[in-house]
Design a protein around this ligand. Structure first.
Ligand SMILES: [Zn+2]
Length: 183
């Protein structure tokens, strides 16, 4: 059964942090980044893009004023928009509502566990999305408990309810790509 939709997010051609940035913490054992939600207040998405949701090469979701306004108008809980000092038109989207991804059902592969930072070097296999939920997700935004992809560019999936997808499309948000998520 379809319980919601995963948002497929394309790159916007920028980095939230360069890997040499001294503000980033790295694990002393595996050497990879430990905070996958780190915020750089000096970040700028210089070029205007047609999509209201894109992400940096290091997987930080960046949204427009229109996306933020849509979420605020709908009073979605657990959704935050961090600001950038030099770019008032964009925001760093953080979603606090965590849903368990069903890795067993998807046969997701976990590669090279690090016992120090407790992350994997890589987590491969997010598509199709299987979630451990009892039924369709309520209207709102969610993220997976697992961080997918490799190395310093790992991130959770962004997931929305079925009603949320309809509302987003009805509100005219641009460039959003939805893939079905199953229980
Ligand atoms: Zn580590």
């Amino acid at each position: 059964m379809v319980v919601g939709y995963t948002l497929v997010v394309h790159y916007n051609g920028t980095d939230m942090f360069k890997e040499t940035d001294s503000r980033l913490e790295h694990c002393p054992a595996c050497g990879f980044r430990t905070d996958f939600f780190a915020h750089n207040p000096l970040y700028r998405q210089v070029r205007k893009r047609r999509s209201d949701l894109l992400c940096t090469y290091d997987h930080a979701p960046i949204v427009t004023q229109a996306f933020r306004t849509f979420c605020l108008d709908n009073n979605y809980p657990g959704v935050r928009f961090l600001e950038f000092k030099n770019d008032p038109d964009h925001f760093h989207l953080l979603v606090d509502n965590v849903i368990s991804f069903n890795a067993r059902k998807r046969r997701t592969r976990f590669i090279d566990f690090c016992p120090v930072c407790e992350n994997y070097k890589a987590v491969i296999g997010a598509n199709p999305t299987y979630l451990e939920v009892d039924g369709p997700l309520p209207d709102g935004m969610y993220r997976s408990d697992l961080y997918f992809a490799t190395g310093n560019a790992k991130s959770p999936l962004l997931i929305v309810g079925c009603a949320t997808k309809d509302k987003m499309e009805g509100a005219g948000l641009k460039g959003l790509i939805f893939e079905e998520a199953y229980d």
